[in-house]
Design a protein around this ligand. Structure first.
Ligand SMILES: NC(=O)c1ccc[n+]([C@@H]2O[C@H](COP(=O)([O-])OP(=O)(O)OC[C@H]3O[C@@H](n4cnc5c(N)ncnc54)[C@H](OP(=O)(O)O)[C@@H]3O)[C@@H](O)[C@H]2O)c1
Length: 319
């Protein structure tokens, strides 16, 4: 996984072989052209799908319009025109706004439509969304993704699919244009559960790594030597390698921002409370991300959880 490079599929659009006719192509409506949604939508276009895009604010749709791709003016219009709708927005509230807000998707939803929900939201919000979609005889797939902007550009996100097998089978080529593997997690809601499972681990690991680096730096340990020791031993992981190098460069450009990691740890703690599981480490990690956000680092990469710890210890982790 390379989080910093721009994927060749995102930049090399001219070399894609397109089918000679799109007469029988399904139209895919993509809602939410953020850091993840934009490369995912481009990958769908590059795979030859007929694309229609919508974003709440206008800026992110401009490159698509410039490339001759249709831009819808509301989620409702997407539902009216698309055969398959992909949603990639921030959180439970954003998903509700897309579905039920003014000119929301549900108003225009055709009974033949399949909605693929790919945002990281709670299992509860996922199941509620599925119910409202299915109440209109449309179909629903729960499909959040693991991986960040680099894998989104490269089309190598891990897709965490939940729902009826036949419905997932029907959209598998669409999911495959955005990621692989496609992991079948169970019913609708289980994709969201799997996503919170893996992001709980991600947030806990990031927070623990930031704590260890701050602990070492405060005692005068050399960053490169600390990285070498981690990478040579049983605690080595791609996360520590990638994030360690970015920290060494003091590069906090957002790939997966502090605020989104905080949201996911908040959701994990809420679900844990519902199912009677104690998550002491995750609760502590959530507080660290919350503090980093409160200090103004919410839009920086999740590595900026380090900045909160550094400020308390009055130390900088650097080479
Ligand atoms: N970044 C990652 O590494 C990563 C990896 C895996 C999963 N995810 C998850 O994927 C989702 C998207 O992440 P991202 O990084 O692409 O986030 P982002 O760059 O912040 O984009 C968020 C998108 O949601 C839209 N949105 C927010 N509130 C909305 C509302 N009320 N109504 C309609 N649209 C709304 C935004 O529209 P505007 O442009 O108008 O604000 C934007 O298109 C999140 O659930 C995130 O947790 C992220």
């Amino acid at each position: 996984m390379n989080v910093s490079r721009v994927g060749p599929r995102a930049n090399d659009r001219t070399q894609v072989c397109r089918p000679s006719t799109r007469a029988h192509m399904q139209t895919i409506g993509f809602i939410g052209l953020g850091a993840m949604g934009t490369p995912m939508a481009w990958n769908l276009e590059e795979a030859g799908h007929d694309l229609l895009v919508y974003n709440r604010s206008d800026g992110p749709t401009e490159p698509f319009a410039d490339a001759g791709i249709d831009v819808a003016d509301s989620p409702r219009a997407v539902g009216q025109q698309a055969d398959v709708v992909v949603i990639m927005v921030t959180d439970d509230e954003a998903l509700a706004a897309v579905l039920d807000g003014e000119d929301g998707l549900l108003i225009g939803l055709d009974s033949e439509t399949t909605v693929i929900q790919m945002s990281t939201v709670t299992p509860e919000a996922t199941e509620a969304a599925a119910q409202t979609v299915q109440a209109q005889n449309a179909r629903f797939v729960d499909a959040p993704v693991s991986g960040t902007v680099g894998p989104a550009e490269e089309g190598t996100l891990t897709v965490l699919a939940g729902g009826d097998d036949d419905v997932i089978d029907d959209v598998e080529a669409i999911l495959a244009a955005m990621g692989e593997p496609i992991v079948r997690c169970g019913d609708v809601g289980d994709g969201a559960r799997m996503k919170l499972f893996v992001n709980l681990l991600l947030g806990d690991m990031m927070s623990a790594y930031a704590e260890a680096l701050t602990f070492g730096a405060a005692q005068g340990l050399d960053l490169e030597a600390m990285q070498q020791v981690v990478e040579a031993g049983a605690v080595d992981s791609p996360l520590f390698r990638i994030k360690g190098d970015l920290i060494a460069e003091r590069d906090f450009q957002p790939r997966f921002p502090v605020d989104l990691q905080f949201k996911d740890l908040r959701y994990a703690n809420e679900v844990a409370n519902d199912v009677g599981v104690q998550l002491p480490q995750t609760a502590a990690a959530r507080e660290s991300f919350s503090a980093a956000s409160a200090m103004g680092h919410g839009n920086e990469d999740m590595t900026a959880v380090l900045k909160y710890l550094e400020s308390i210890a009055d130390v900088t982790v650097e080479r």
